[in-house]
Design a binder for this molecule. Sequence first.
Ligand code: AQP
Length: 340
Amino acid sequence: MIFHKPILFSAVQPSGKLTIGNYIGTMRHWSQMQNDYECLYCIADLHSLTIQKKNFSLKESILDTLSFYLACGVDPNKSIIFVQSHVYQHSQLNWILNCFSQFSELLRMTQFKIKRITENNYIKKTNVGLFNYPILMASDILLYQTNFVPVGQDQKQHLELTRKIAHRVNALYGKIFTLPTPLISQYGSKIMSLLEPRKKMSKSDINKKNVIFLLDDISDVILKIKNAVTDSEKLSKIYYDIEKKPGISNLLEIFSAITNKEINVLSKELEGVMYAEFKNMVATHLSNFLSKLQKSYIKYRSDESYLKKIAYEGAIKAQLKSEKTIQNIYSKLGLFSFFK
Ligand code: AQP
C-alpha cells in the first residue's frame, strides 16, 4: 500500500495507568486524525523500561493501553496499531541514530533532568535508557517517514532533537528521513496536576490526588476535581490566565477539551459562576465522559485474543514499512549484506 495522505505517528508509553493528561494532550485527536492522515499508533513499551517499577505487569499495561486506543476510536482498519517491541526496526535504527547524536544535546533534555531526580530514580541510579530515550523516540518517528506527530507540550523538545538528528543524517547521506512537524494544540497540551497546578500531570505521580486516571472510580473523579487547587482572588472570577490563575486555567482546559468548547466561549458562559459551582460542572461533564469511555474500554479489554490479533497484524504492517527505511540507511552507511 502506498501512503497518499501525510503520515502521522503517535505513541503512549504503557508506563502506568493512563491519565486525562495523556488523553487530552494526544489521544483525543486520534480518531478524527484517521480521516486526514495515514496514522500509526504505537504502544511504546520499550520506552517504559526506562522507569522500572515494582509490582507492575508490563504485559497487562500494554493490553490496557491498546484497549484505550480502541475505546478512543482508533480503528484497526484505518490505522496501524502496534507494539514497539514487536517491530525490531525501532531498536536497529535506535543504535544507528545513537551514533549521530551528541552527548551534550541529550544532557539538555528537560524531561531527562526532571525524571532523573524523581524519587525512584535518584541520580546515581539513572539508567542509560532514560538518557537515550529521545533517540529511541527519534527512531520511532523517523522510521516511518512521518510528517506529523501529535504530542503534548512536554515532548516538543524531543521533536526538535528528532529534526536535528534527521537533518544531520540527511546532510551527510542525502534525503533519508522526512523532517517531522509536531502538532501541539494551543490548549490542553499540558494538563497540570490538580493540587500542584504548576507541575505537569503524570501517570507516575506518587500523589494520586494530583491525577485523574482514565480508569478512576467516578466518585474519586468528583472528589479530586472538588479538591483541586484554585486561588484566593477576591471576586473568584473564572477566566484563563496560566500565570495568575494556574488552577482555574487548568480546570478550564480540561473542561474545554471534554465539552469541545473554546476557552473564550466558556469564559463568557461562566461569568458570575462561583468556583464551587464551576468545579461541579467540570466534575459532572468529566464523569459522564469517563463513564462512557470506561464502558467501551471494558468491552475491548475483555477480549484478549482480539487485542493480540490487532497487535500481531499491526506489527506485520509496521515492519514492512519500517524495513524500507532500514534498508535505505544500511545501504547508505555501507552496512551491506553478504547473503544476497
Ligand atoms: N499532562 C499532560 N498534558 C498533556 N499531554 C500530556 N502527555 C503526557 N502528559 C500530559 C502526552 O501524552 C503522550 C503520551 O505520553 P507518554 O506516556 O509517552 O509519556 P509522558 O509524556 O512521560 O507521560 P506521563 O503521563 O508523564 O508518563 P510518566 O509519568 O510515565 O512519565 C505524549 O504526547 C505526552 O506529551
